[in-house]
Design a protein around this ligand. Sequence first.
Ligand SMILES: O=c1[nH]c(=O)c2[nH]c(=O)[nH]c2[nH]1
Length: 304
Amino acid sequence: MTVVLGPNRYGKAETRVVRVVRDGATHHLKDINVSSSLSGDMEEVHLTGDNAAVLPTDTQKNTAYAFARKHGIDQIEDFALLLARHYVASQPSIHHARVEIEEYFWDRIPVSGGRDGRHSFVRSGREVRTCVVHHDRDGRTTVVSGLKDLVVLNSTGSEFHGYIQDEYTTLKPTTDRILATAVSARWRHVPDVSSRDSHDSGDSHDFGASYDEVRRGLLEAFADTHSLSLQQTLYAMGERVLKARPEICEVRMAMPNKHHFLVDLEPFGMDNPNEVFYAADRPYGLIEGAVLTDDAPDAAFAWE
Ligand SMILES: O=c1[nH]c(=O)c2[nH]c(=O)[nH]c2[nH]1
């Protein structure tokens, strides 16, 4: 029996970078969380402790800060591409870089007179925006954008019936229930978009506009779909995005079914015509699925 080194990667997780852009007295905030993960000639460091091929994780943290100053941070996908390409291009021992970024939104605090504050912000109750970029030394690049904690609820227009009934089934069929979930969605950009370099060529992809439109499509499909199951709603949401956005070839979603149970008010002599609910915390149904175009190109390492 011999022991061998298996797949490995290393990097700095969760470097929190906050950048303030000063436009006179009006400030703009960018608040991100960067995780970089590198792989390549890493046999020696694991087998003998020779660190010659290792770009320290501390350096990766510093690079995120330095690039924020040097290049600014606009779309998280562009910033991730910049970092991933830098690691692979600058270090022969690094063959592959994975950069994951989360972005947290801030809103301006309105000040007296109803104007937006110029340097005062409140953390938004919105979702978290995400991306994962891979780049390797063969020039292969993948970009997956996404969001998480997009909490949505339909107070009607949702049914669930016709399911298997076995000896353990107690769930009552319903033709009118609350449908609520916290959407986690990730979507894969077609390779053409992923390989464009916003810093070298003028035709960079507008990841910001793409994000806004995908988010809008997800929300509209959630609202529009008369749901017979959360699975059906998930598919409708993915389909809506793929039909509207040619730059996207696959959407993967995870949606917890945030159950709302009708409270029995009969002990108090009251009816409850779908008005008072108990919002259960756990357990929850977890509905997950991928929706893709039938000509979606190979995903390579996009989802890793
Ligand atoms: O939309 C739903 N899908 C299910 O698979 C399921 N299972 C369940 O108990 N409730 C629901 N709701």
